[in-house]
Design a protein around this ligand. Structure first.
Ligand code: FES
Length: 171
């Protein structure tokens, strides 16, 4: 039923991962309509198990949407999972609105506490720490997404409290 798909891979993902081909088919079927974003994210999550930045970028390019918009939608809906390798995930928004409200300090505190840098996972696999440019929650800046749940007006202290139990889970 996907006989024509072979011919339609004009922008095949360099990894050669066949799941991107499935994503191409879904986007094509939806005529690359931007309002099909949620449906496409659904398909992507089905295919990948979770949504990683590479996948979000691929979708953003396909639908000609800014990555921040795709990221915002993917992090806002709890049905989508951005979970990378850690058992728990923490995404600190470094977009302008959040940054001016102190998200840089929140990130620094988290990095210090977990002894990792943004984009890394603790050696015990308990927590992955990531950053985003804008998750679409500027009104409650600074925003941090803990295990897919958006928290607003997060202080460094509150953020440390949230991750403390994760880091102690196997200690
Ligand atoms: S800048 Fe952080 S939510 Fe928009």
């Amino acid at each position: 039923m996907v006989a024509n798909a072979e011919k339609s891979t004009q922008k095949q993902h360099p990894s050669g991962d066949k799941r991107f081909k499935a994503l191409d088919i879904t986007m094509k079927r939806n005529q690359y309509r931007q309002d099909a974003l949620i449906e496409i994210l659904h398909k992507a999550q089905e295919a990948f198990g979770y949504l990683e930045e590479d996948v979000l970028l691929y979708i953003a390019r396909g639908l000609k949407l800014p990555l921040s918009r795709v990221y915002g939608v993917a992090t806002f809906y709890h049905l989508f999972s951005l979970k990378p390798s850690g058992a728990h995930s923490c995404v600190v928004c470094l977009g302008t609105a959040c940054y001016v409200k102190g998200s840089g300090e929140v990130l620094a505190a988290l990095e210090k506490k977990a002894c990792i840098h943004q984009g890394e996972t603790t050696p015990d696999g308990q927590m992955s720490l990531m950053t985003a440019r804008c998750i679409g929650a500027c009104g409650i800046a600074p925003a941090v997404v803990f295990d897919g749940e958006v928290a607003g007006k997060v202080s460094a202290e509150q953020a440390l409290e949230r991750i403390e139990k994760w880091l102690m889970a196997n200690g």
